[in-house]
Design a protein. Sequence first.
Length: 232
Amino acid sequence: MKRSERLLALSEMLRRNGSRGSSADRLAREFGVSARTIKRDLAALENSGAPIWSRPGPGGGYGLAAGASLPPVSLSPAQAVALMAAVSASPDAPYADLAAAGIRKIVDVLDPKTKARADELAGRVWVNAASPSSRTIKSALEEAMSEQRVVRIRYTSKDGNSTTRDVEPVLFASTNGQWYLVGWCRLRDAMRWFIVSRIERASVTKAACGGHTIHEVGEPPENARPVHGGGV
């Protein structure tokens, strides 16, 4: 691992550890370097503006000051391109437009050398993604999920029957190349999976969801996981 990459990973680990902190020896084992190298890395982070604290003695170590702001996000060219590729290849993913806007903000504040290298590397990654579904429909589904409000949809099933339903959104799921809206269908009084591409219309109502949770959907497949957490 290059030093620049190790510094990024080190700052992220300290952020995740919160107020617990980590000893230099533990950090050294984690990154496969000496404790002396870790201390030099910590000093470099502190000099760059990272709010690092140190606490001597048993149970001490290093961490990031609670409530303090971190210096501007720094990415390697490969990390920047990885983000761009992931969003470009999945335009139908929930909140993809917001993700693309967020990535543009991050890339725009990279130092000129890193940004130039990222732009050059991005030209070496091609994607052939399907056209995204209606922006109006996606916006309504995303808003309903974020605000936990009932969404009224016009849905055409596999056999061609169309119905209008009020749905309490519980989660978005991707499986077998399809995005689904999973929610409590008030028409059927049960949890249902709706293929997003078969939703012809969607509008957010003023009604709040009734509190149905992801636990009612059941256990996810072994190869499925949320989009956050340490396994990402």
